[in-house]
Design a protein around this ligand. Structure first.
Ligand SMILES: O=C(O)CCC(=O)C(=O)O
Ligand SMILES: [Fe+2]
Length: 179
């Protein structure tokens, strides 16, 4: 499959491209405001959206942030996709193609006094050098990862640099902007 897209390569450490249905509120994240391309310009992306809707009955997506990691030195730093336009419990369907890369997930620091106390207790038991509540998954070619519920409120995620990753990875994150 060949995906040919006009990519916005500014200062982000990977290439990104944004596709959204008409009437969807403009996306702003980390100081970027990407141009919204139309689904009609990219029939292959429409086909993948259809397959995602079939794989996740009851879920609905109307926008797509596409990431292209050209090599292992492209990455996405720790963040959560908690922009207001997605609402309090965004559902994000993330499809990966090409080079396998590691996806890391880390719990945000606790805010309430009770939670902080709990976190201190668990720190005492943790072996030295292992970060608190951190998990890693390898995202394989053709895989579908779903983030939902309070994941964006409570966790951050990242795709770290991996110098051994020597080919391109394309990642599609389908999102719903309630209209
Ligand atoms: O490339 C990935 O798997 C994650 C991308 C991501 O976190 C994002 O676009 O918000
Ligand atoms: Fe993300």
């Amino acid at each position: 499959m060949k995906i040919s897209l006009r990519m916005a390569s500014a200062v982000e450490p990977r290439d990104t491209c944004y596709v959204a249905s008409e009437g969807v509120t403009e996306l702003k994240y980390s100081g970027y405001q990407p141009h919204a391309y139309s689904w009609d310009d990219y029939p292959v992306l429409k086909d993948i959206l259809k397959a995602v809707h079939e794989a996740l009955p009851g879920s609905k997506f109307n926008s797509l942030l596409l990431n292209r990691y050209k090599s292992g030195s492209d990455y996405v730093s720790w963040h959560s996709d908690d922009e207001k336009l997605y609402g309090p419990t965004p559902e994000i369907a993330s499809v990966s193609f090409g080079c396998e890369r590691e996806f890391l997930l880390r719990k945000k620091p606790a805010k309430t006094p009770q939670a902080i106390q709990g976190a201190e207790k668990s720190t005492a038991k943790r072996p030295k050098g292992s970060p608190p509540d951190q998990h890693g998954f390898v995202l394989k070619h053709g895989s579908l990862l779903v983030m939902r519920g309070y994941m964006q409120r409570d966790w951050v995620h990242s795709i770290p640099k991996r110098m051994k990753a020597n080919s391109v990875r394309i990642n599609l994150t389908f999102r719903l902007v309630p209209t």
